[in-house]
Ligand binder design. Sequence first.
Ligand SMILES: NC(=O)c1ccc[n+]([C@@H]2O[C@H](COP(=O)([O-])OP(=O)(O)OC[C@H]3O[C@@H](n4cnc5c(N)ncnc54)[C@H](OP(=O)(O)O)[C@@H]3O)[C@@H](O)[C@H]2O)c1
Length: 295
Amino acid sequence: MRWMITGSRGQLGLCLQEVLRERKQHEIVLAADLPDLDISDAAALERALRGVPGGADVIVNAAAFTAVDLCESQAALAQAVNGEAPGKLARFAQELGARFVHISTDYVFDGMATLPYAETVKPAPLCEYGRSKLAGEERVWAEKSNALLVRTSSVFGPGKNFVATMLRQAALRRSGEVEAPLRVVHDQRSCPTYALDLAHGIVDLVEKDASGLFHLANDGIASWWDVARTALDLGGFPELAIEKIKTEDLSLPAKRPLFSALDCTKAASIGVALRPWPKALAAYLQSSASPLRDL
Ligand SMILES: NC(=O)c1ccc[n+]([C@@H]2O[C@H](COP(=O)([O-])OP(=O)(O)OC[C@H]3O[C@@H](n4cnc5c(N)ncnc54)[C@H](OP(=O)(O)O)[C@@H]3O)[C@@H](O)[C@H]2O)c1
């Protein structure tokens, strides 16, 4: 299978390339990211996709404007990248005879549920990021493509992410450069997900010829505090205390869902299930992309 990947330098983009290189039956014919390929520039996008001799079997969009708080003040950019570009990608993929794979988020939900969200629950995003990602989903379906659309949550992997930030903050406190206690929210719960596991799951779904909407995340539900505590325990900072705080204590620009765990039984029913998140986090910290290597 020949793959084109946008957002190739992001957490998922990098992991997809790792997985595709490992599995012999796949070939990467295009892997592009900013500044070389801006998915919100339709003409550049079409040129890049049509410019690959022999075309592709799968086009996967791993690009997104993921800075949730910045999306509040840059709503037009969020709509262009997360809302409009996926529809264009879906259309170009159809024209080129390729399968389109797109990624969305748990932030399309309002977080008022008490049980994990199934694919059948109606989204109701609370912030610009969630609204722009939902617009992207709707544009993909409006193209009547047989796309595979995977919603995931709280991703950690190669690059900038919450786990890496927590470990850096822990190291600053151990060295005495920062004295203030580490404070992390305990009232937002989701399914933490390792980008490498997610990439394996996405490639599995494609190999199984799956299409439509799937929720896919590592198994288990955790607050950001739980993730930070586990990362610090596994990362060699078990003695460092972390204060539990509430979302409202942070006054961040974007409103987040308090409970956004994803029900992944649909994917599991066709044999695609990701391991428990603490095991995935341990694997990440032992990998070559581990943030512990930068401390
Ligand atoms: N990260 C999470 O916690 C999370 C949670 C749920 C769902 N998701 C979804 O999962 C997917 C992958 O996320 P990720 O964690 O891999 O994100 P990421 O690490 O932020 O990677 C996204 C990549 O897209 C690039 N990008 C941004 N704007 C672009 C544009 N206009 N044209 C082309 N590339 C552009 C980014 O480049 P720059 O870095 O230069 O901006 C980055 O390399 C996204 O669809 C995201 O919405 C992520």
